[in-house]
Design a protein around this ligand. Sequence first.
Ligand code: NDP
Ligand code: GDR
Length: 364
Amino acid sequence: MSTTQKVALVTGITGQDGSYLAELLLEKGYQVHGVKRRASSFNTQRIDHIYQDQHETNVNFTLHYGDLTDSTNIIRIIQEVQPDEIYNLGAMSHVKVSFDSPEYVANVDGIGTLRILEAVRILKLEKKTRIYQASTSELYGGLAENKNAAGFYDENSPFYPRSPYGVAKIYGFWITKNYREAYNIYACNGILFNHESPRRGETFVTRKITMATAAIALGKQDCLYLGNLNSQRDWGHAKDYVEAMWRILQQDVAEDYVIATGVTTYIRDFVRFSFAEAGIELAFEGENENETAKIVACNNPEYQLEIGKVVVRVDPQYYRPTEVDLLIGDPSKSKKLGWEPQYDLAGLVKEMVASDLEILKRNR
Ligand code: NDP
Ligand code: GDR
């Protein structure tokens, strides 16, 4: 390892963002350490392509077993790695599931953040180590009256979380800010709005939709069951958003930033765009639980699809006890980072649908 080589530690390395961030940091010449959980089956699919055999020389990518619920192992890993930058991306990140395991989410997403900050303080790394905390637009809760005058959520908008996940993340947000102010640690929150990719977990709505688009087009699935089609999200691409995370830690002064596109889209429209990408035109009819979408045209002769067939239905089991109706972020401050997203929603949908079609064709 060269003496000037920067060292980064990434929690949540096996997740969507962790995998893109690891690629980015390796490209930038960092030595990257990741924290992965022990699982009974392999959970490293997203990072297998950058795995390095630890017996080789010049190894720049190393994984450590660890868990955000275990302070001792967080302290030990940070002590061993002596990171210049920590990206705390590890979390139970599914909003709906957080209603089923609220205490666990508080422990991982809330107290887990404290464990990282305390470890840096206990090890007296305050001056060396910069910390990025994965905060979220779920903090805003989608309350219409809390948007700014221009109709966006920005760094000054009030928070009103609407799930155990959002409530746990609000602790993570404030404890990060508090450690910055109390101990002068370079610790920042990135308040990231939804970001997706072909590596998105399969139970988040975008990936569920693009996978179903591919499966229905290829005749492997009959119908896609979704929950609330009336919510709106500000969707970007994870590859763009990890670049923003890195930029947040390269500034002279530690601050918090909203990372968003400034465009919001209904879930229903994402469904429409996804199927259109495969050449399938849908028509929606009905309302709420009774809403459905049927095929009205198919311009891809490869697919044997029945015009008029209902391929999307609402299943209320996917509704949340409290919903975040609308998210739209104001990316103005992020321009100070010199950050510009490369993808728009059309590019994102195109890449996700193409990837899922390819995966399913390969496994035909
Ligand atoms: P993923 O769900 O894809 O990844 C979460 C990661 O956290 C996985 O590596 C997971 O490990 C790990 N993890 C879960 N529980 C623990 C634990 N107890 N100890 C250690 N690691 C754990 O999330 P994303 O990559 O999409 O998101 C990254 C972060 O950004 C998360 O904190 C999320 O809450 C936040 N965020 C995400 C947004 C998005 O739109 N994607 C928007 C705003 C914030 P395993 O693979 O073993 O499950
Ligand atoms: P979100 O993402 O809750 O915004 O959290 P998700 O994709 O799960 O839901 C977005 C919206 O779609 C509606 N929806 C469905 N959602 C899922 N998962 N499955 C369905 O079948 C379905 N049908 C409709 C939801 O009700 C919701 O309104 C994501 C996560 O990555 C968080 O970790 C992150 O902090 C926020 O984005 C910003």
